[in-house]
Design a protein around this ligand. Structure first.
Ligand code: PMP
Length: 404
């Protein structure tokens, strides 16, 4: 049995982390994994999460019973307000369905599965993904029989957005196509449309009746402002565009391993929303029966308690602020101290956890092999891996590979 099962390649990011761990070089730097690190390169438990954890531990009324199939209602309703806005008409009119999921990955999966069953695709089921995108998007849609197709997004010449290519792809796709959009802090490029560009994108999406599949894994983490990072989603809802949103609390609450997320489907009216909810419940039941309770209780406490919510916003600013500082410092070192050839403005223009440096796969490999700086072959660096102690070393090694 299983003799014919081919050996699958290891996940490239996890392989990179293993190589970093095995490296004994004292100045080694890990810029691969997308998880926040503090200035001492340590994982950071948010102080507000510590506080919420101790409240839960002392709550004698809690038990380990199953949550409802669609999750903890206090969590999902607060999570919907967080992304769509507390005054969102889509919530007030009862046409938003929110289901608790296994973090953002689970939200993407449940959303994709729902589309595979119920979306009226124009021809064979396809989803348009930005080129490039989070690698897992391809696998998640393929798993449910939806074929991924690339749309132009990143322009290597400007290390910025290829808006014309993006608009052209929206125009050329058949009507009612499904487009996956990164709500903010695009992974892996760190390149986001401006608000004016989002308006142009929304106009074409409306004209072509496309469906927007928003993935929001970094709300608050990008700019430090939860509302600002939700702008695109809220604008699309205000325009009456059909959409869903996948939401993750892995990064913005530092709850990676707790797997806290939600899927929000915005429908045209309450009656439709009820039918959607009934089918999402059926799908969720066969997949995981019920979502896990601990992380959802933590986030529910934080979102529903005004004091904890204010504290969380400060914690988010601590993380986003440190990353923004690292961007500025890297830019300063490259341009003012090292006079590294080329334009490095993209380092400060990009947003969120990741930065696309614009270096080649060969230069990336050189950084790994000669400098003990671990990054993916596409030149993407996790800004969270930089700190006041290693940034100078990284900048000078980057300078060396660019100088050739
Ligand atoms: N979408 C994107 C674009 C991401 O970058 C990530 C995290 N790397 C996720 C979804 C999902 O992460 P998680 O399942 O940990 O919430």
């Amino acid at each position: 049995l299983w003799q014919d099962v081919p050996l699958a390649p290891p996940d490239s990011i996890f392989q990179l982390t293993a190589a970093y761990k095995a490296d004994t070089f004292p100045q080694k730097v890990n810029l691969g994994v997308g998880a926040y690190r503090d200035d001492n390169n340590k994982p950071w438990i948010l102080p507000v999460v510590k506080k919420a954890t101790s409240i839960l531990l002392n709550d004698e009324t809690l038990d380990h019973e199953y949550l409802p199939i669609t999750g903890l209602a206090d969590f999902t309703s607060a999570a919907a307000k967080l992304i769509l806005g507390a005054d969102s008409p889509a919530i007030k009119e009862g046409r938003t369905v929110s289901v608790q999921t296994i973090s953002g990955t689970g939200a993407n999966h449940l959303g994709a599965l729902f589309l595979s069953r119920f979306y009226k695709f124009n021809g064979t089921p396809k989803v348009y993904l930005s080129n490039p995108t989070w690698a897992n998007h391809h696998a998640i849609f393929r798993n449910v029989g939806i074929e991924p197709v690339d749309y132009a997004y990143y322009d290597p010449k400007t290390i910025g957005l290829d808006l014309n290519g993006f608009i052209e792809a929206l125009n050329n796709a058949p009507e009612r196509s499904v487009f996956l959009l990164h709500a903010c802090a695009h992974n892996p490029t760190g390149v986001d449309p401006t608000q004016e560009q989002w308006k142009e994108i929304a106009k074409v999406i409306a004209a072509k009746k496309h469906y927007s599949f928003f993935d929001c894994a970094y709300q608050g983490f990008a700019s430090g402002d939860l509302d600002k990072d939700a702008w695109a989603v809220r604008y699309f809802v205000a325009q009456g565009l059909p959409l869903l949103v996948c939401q993750s609390f892995a990064k913005n609450a530092g709850l990676y391993g707790e797997r806290v997320g939600a899927l929000h489907v915005v429908s045209a009216d309450q009656e439709t929303a009820n039918r959607v909810k009934s089918q999402l419940s059926v799908l969720q039941r066969s997949e995981i029966s019920n979502p896990p309770s601990h992380g959802a209780r933590l986030v529910s406490l934080i979102l529903n308690n005004p004091e904890l919510f204010e504290e969380w916003k400060r914690d988010i600013q601590t993380m986003a602020g440190r990353i923004i500082e690292m961007r500025k410092e890297l830019h300063r070192l490259l341009t003012e101290e090292l006079h590294t050839p080329g334009n490095w403005d993209h380092i400060v223009n990009q947003i969120g956890m990741f930065s696309f440096t614009g270096i080649s796969p060969k230069q990336s490999k050189e950084l790994v092999e000669k400098s003990h700086v671990y990054l993916t072959g596409n030149g993407r660096i996790s800004m969270a891996g930089l700190n006041s102690k290693n940034i100078r070393y990284f900048a000078s090694e980057l300078d060396k590979v660019v100088q050739g």
